[in-house]
Design a protein around this ligand. Structure first.
Ligand code: BGC
Ligand code: BGC
Length: 977
């Protein structure tokens, strides 16, 4: 699909001439959803409304209070940025500026539209949307779903596929049930590191920290913990894990929500997380599909432009890099995929038929449902045809506008034939089938949390016990919405212990001169204290060591970098139930009879600080770098425009290191940080990258600093010496390069370490690197062929299961009209029409290419693609010996270099490869002096490239080099295959 089609096909609102009024409209809608109109609300006069959609009548308690301000609701952007819209002068200035902008834009528009770019070429049409239910392991769920959906009215199907509107119900996303079929409303809640907007739930280490553990078992167990907690709070669909952004740009504001910029590390971590979540019966969401690599310009409503940014990616790069973790997720059985805000190759990700119908549902065999990111849906009929199955949060083009692109518009579109009834049947089937597949019909696992009421047991919109069921509407009834269910586990099963373990293993030691670490509780270790003093003096420096006096949740959505940093910000952040600051853990670990701790928990030291504070035997300095989601910013940051420590971190480190001979630097950060200004100073003895540790921050850090656990984190990204080192593709596009900004992913496969390797750039610390407290050697590499080389996977297996068929006759439009006496809540999204007149003329023009029959992809035929792609071809085994004095953990990393001089048979063109790519890893714990044999297997996919000509994975002829070692640049063993 192309932008052309997106524009023309969306009769629901995104009309070509709608573009000019877009920002104006969006401002209006922001004002109307702000607290202004909350104050204007008439207190509602008594009668309780029926539960708006479906018959899940809530228990009503009181119905009195005037609506009060929500605690959590995201303030509308306009008011967040200073409330300009309430001020007349500001309006005038804005109008003038806007006028100027339009003139500029008009000029650039000509340029943009004239630019010779293949509008169709990158993203060809792919229709119709493949039906779900084509694999054996889903058969039972689809059969049950077909019974369920057969008994749904069209209204029910619309309810299941369309959200009820932002803040219309208790979760960040909600569908209404299908009453007639007894299908319940579903609760969708963020997110990747815990349950957003609630209490008594674990604030887990962030994805990037999990990536840094390289520990599959911990990835899985954290997933279980996430799943269990979401289930106990009554969440059906968890909005995570995040695997996109992958991390093309090291400063990408949301990279930290995922597991790092290598597709294999990202994919393995995502798949283990998903298995864990879903084993608890909660539907996981693989997000954001796809190429949502930066926050700047991600959404038209945030940038004020008429279009979101387009990530332009070639087919091979898409397959080998950005799509890879999604393939792993689908193979792991993920129930939902969230399409992203941005365009891909000029077509919105949520209405890009090639991406959704072609790649996700045909090639990758995705059996679950596609939900839109919040307002990433930009068209109605077009997105349904392109493969979107669920509209979230259900509103239309603007936040809380109550003008859904689906809802009643979908009802109408089905009734007038614009959306074939088979399509909405498939949409509903996919959602219901996933619900069965995850066992959500089991009432023991998914108990009804409050008496007789299937809603979740918390509200996203208030911290009080009493609140509104339908916050954004005019329903003022107050009921119990929070019952403060503690889901953190008890005693030995307290999830904090696991969170601590993950955070400790996700802590990376990159420098450790003279083995200054691990520390001993009495100081040292072999440091000689100043004998003139009775105690060993330790100075702890920097705001990041200390707790925020206003509490760890002082900034909404964690949208600031104040005091100790344990999470980035945005929808991927949670309310900390508690946060152990480093200083507290240091003070409780050091033996205070022998050690004197001086806390200087500020980033600005007086110039004569040693005189003021006394000289220290050991100094631990804490610095940070933070980032987050684009809907809010801190100090102008969403994405990081540079990779330097923030808040004067460099200066603090240098100042301390000038006078302190034993300086240890701890960095809490969302990703790589440039350390060049001080890393080689002789007084800087150790550097620890603690990433984003979550609630157990201090405890996990001291586990590593004092050696209670080995330092076993390894870098899930490259630490360069400058941002420029990452190449031109590593830079965030801050200023739009046109009305419809375009970002060409010209570097192709060469991001992060692949870029450094190919261009001969020496990083400060390479991908995969990290020190242990012990030492390891690798020996005896053995490569065994399990299957012979052959260029192509087996032919796509024939479908053994046919999708279920449902009745296709259209209901009488009369049944789609609001029932008599129905009390509508303001802004709530219903499926009903105001009257039964259905316009069928002019008939909806199906998008270009709608009738072209698409051959099934040869790369498809199983979940995650052709099953033969996952055949194991090479077994790699290696001995690892712990040559040090203590037990420790090593990550065995396996990198593949493809044969040289590869010519693609279908195109006759040469195929080039990155120097080496990570293809497998395993973390092992080994006792001192012992040896472990580690075995991993490489699959056909690991040893193939995506041939654009063949539209299939091809295993090239020639010699593969398989290298094994401790990082991407420390590969002592290699063999040929
Ligand atoms: C939502 C985001 C959204 C933002 C808009 C947040 O609270 O979770 O999805 O982008 O509000 O203001
Ligand atoms: C974010 C998603 C999130 C959703 C719901 C969006 O703004 O991009 O990651 O799940 O809001 O809060």
């Amino acid at each position: 699909m192309t932008r052309e089609v997106d524009l023309s096909s969306s009769r629901e609102g995104l009309l070509r001439n709608g573009a000019a009024t877009l920002s104006r409209d969006s401002l209006d809608s922001y004002t109307s959803s702000s607290e202004l109109d909350l104050d204007e609300l008439e207190p509602h006069n008594g009668q309780t409304s029926p539960r708006p959609r479906g018959g899940w009548s809530p228990v009503r308690r009181k119905n009195n209070s005037k609506r009060k301000r929500q605690e959590h609701k995201q303030p509308p952007k306009a008011s967040r940025k200073g409330g300009c819209l309430r001020n007349r002068a500001c309006w005038v200035v804005s109008v003038i500026l806007l006028g100027g902008l339009l003139v500029l834009v008009a000029g650039s528009r000509t340029f943009v539209y004239k630019k010779p770019q293949p509008m169709d070429g990158f993203s060809p049409p792919w229709y119709p949307s493949p039906k779900g239910g084509t694999f054996l392991n889903w058969t039972e769920s689809y059969l049950k779903a077909s019974t369920m959906v057969s008994s749904m009215s069209l209204m029910g199907k619309v309810n299941v596929t369309t959200g009820t509107g932002w803040a219309s119900d208790l979760c960040v996303g909600n569908t209404a049930g299908a009453f007639e079929a007894e299908f319940p409303p579903l609760c969708l809640q963020d997110g990747p590191l815990g349950i957003r907007f609630t209490d008594h739930a674990t604030a887990w280490p962030a994805g990037i920290t999990v990536g840094a553990t390289w520990n599959k078992d911990l990835m899985y167990r954290r997933g279980r913990g996430l799943g269990l907690e979401h289930r106990l709070k009554g969440v059906n669909i968890m909005l995570g894990p995040s695997m996109g952004p992958l991390g093309r740009m090291p400063g990408g504001g949301r990279n930290w929500e995922g597991f790092g910029p290598d597709p294999v590390l990202q994919g393995i971590a995502a798949a283990h997380t998903i298995r864990g979540i879903q084993e608890e019966g909660v539907i996981a969401t693989a997000k954001h599909y796809i190429a949502n690599e930066q926050e700047h310009l991600r959404q038209a409503s945030e940038s004020g432009l008429p279009y979101a940014i387009s990530s332009n990616i070639d087919d091979r790069t898409l397959h080998e890099l950005y799509l890879w973790p999604f393939a792993d997720s689908i193979r792991a059985g993920v129930g939902s995929v969230m399409c992203s805000y941005n365009m891909v190759n000029s077509s919105y990700a949520c209405s890009n038929s090639k991406l959704l119908n072609g790649i996700l549902k045909d090639e990758l065999g995705f059996q679950g449902f596609v939900q839109s990111d919040w307002l990433a849906q930009r068209s109605g009929v077009a997105s349904a045809l392109a493969g979107l199955d669920m509209s979230m949060p259900g509103d239309g083009l603007y936040w809380s506008d109550g003008q859904s692109l689906w809802g009643p518009r979908l009802t109408e579109a089905v009734l007038n034939g614009s959306v074939p009834i088979e399509r909405i049947n498939d949409m509903a089937l996919r959602i219901v089938a996933v619900w069965y597949q995850l066992g959500q019909d089991n009432e023991t696992l998914h108990p009804i949390p409050l008496e007789g009421d299937p809603r979740p047991n918390f509200s996203s919109w208030t911290k009080d016990r009493m609140g509104h069921l339908h916050e954004s509407t005019d329903d003022d009834a107050m009921v119990v919405v929070n019952n403060f269910t503690d889901v953190q586990g008890q005693g030995e099963n307290f999830h904090g212990r696991l969170a601590q373990q993950v955070a400790a293993e996700g802590t990376i030691l990159v420098k450790n001169e003279n083995n200054i670490l691990p520390l001993s509780q009495s100081g040292g270790p072999e440091l000689v204290k100043d004998r003139r003093r009775a105690k060993y003096n330790v100075g702890v420096f920097g705001e990041d060591a200390g707790a925020n006096p206003e509490g760890p949740n002082a900034c909404v959505d964690r949208g600031c970098n104040n005091f100790t940093l344990a999470s980035g910000w945005g929808s991927g952040a949670v309310e900390f139930p508690f946060l152990i600051p480093p200083i507290e853990a240091l003070e409780s670990t050091f033996d205070l009879d022998q050690v004197q701790i001086t806390r200087i928990l500020t980033n600005k030291l007086p110039n004569n600080w040693p005189e003021v504070h006394g000289s220290q035997d050991l100094c631990v300095v804490f610095i940070t770098s933070d980032a987050g989601e684009g809907f809010t910013s801190w100090n102008g940051i969403t994405d990081r425009i540079d990779l330097h420590p923030q808040k004067g971190g460099d200066e603090l480190v240098m100042q301390v290191a000038t006078s302190c001979a034993n300086t240890i630097v701890v960095i809490h950060a969302v990703g790589p940080v440039i350390v060049e200004r001080w890393i080689d100073l002789p007084n800087i003895k150790a550097v620890v990258l603690a990433n984003l540790p979550g609630e157990e921050s201090g405890n996990a850090l001291t586990d590593v600093l004092f050696g209670r656990v080995d330092a076993s984190g390894r870098l899930p990204y490259t630490v360069g010496k400058s941002l420029a080192d990452y190449g031109p593709g590593g830079k965030i596009m801050v200023k739009p390069n046109g009305l419809a900004p375009h970002q060409d992913f010209k570097e192709g496969l060469l991001i992060d370490y692949r870029h450094f390797d190919t261009n001969g750039i020496t990083p400060r610390y390479e991908f995969g690197f990290g020190l242990s407290y012990t030492t390891f050697t690798f020996s005896d590499l053995q490569l065994k062929s399990l299957k012979p080389k052959s260029p192509l996977p087996s032919p796509r297996p024939n479908a053994t299961v046919l999708p279920v068929t449902l009745p296709t006759q259209l209901p009488d439009p009369e049944t789609a009209v609001f029932p008599a006496g129905f009390r509508k809540l303001r802004k709530y999204i219903y499926p009903y029409l105001d009257n039964s007149t259905i316009k069928t003329e002019p008939y909806y023009p199906y998008p270009k290419g709608y009738n072209t029959v698409q051959p099934p992809s040869p790369a498809g035929g199983g979940e995650g693609g052709n099953p033969s792609l996952y055949d194991e071809h090479v077994s790699v085994s290696v001995n690892v010996t712990n040559t040090g004095k203590r037990k420790g953990k090593q990550v065995v990393q396996v990198y593949v270099s493809f044969p040289s001089d590869v010519i693609d048979a279908s195109t006759g063109k040469g195929i080039t490869f990155p120097i080496r790519v990570l293809r497998a890893f395993e973390k092992v714990e080994i006792n001192a002096t012992e040896t472990a044999t580690v075995n991993v297997n490489l699959t056909r996919r690991d040893l193939s490239y995506w041939s654009v000509g063949r539209q299939n994975w091809v295993m090239p002829d020639g010699n593969f080099t398989i290298a094994v070692g401790a990082s991407s640049r420390d590969l002592p063993l290699q063999g040929a295959w």
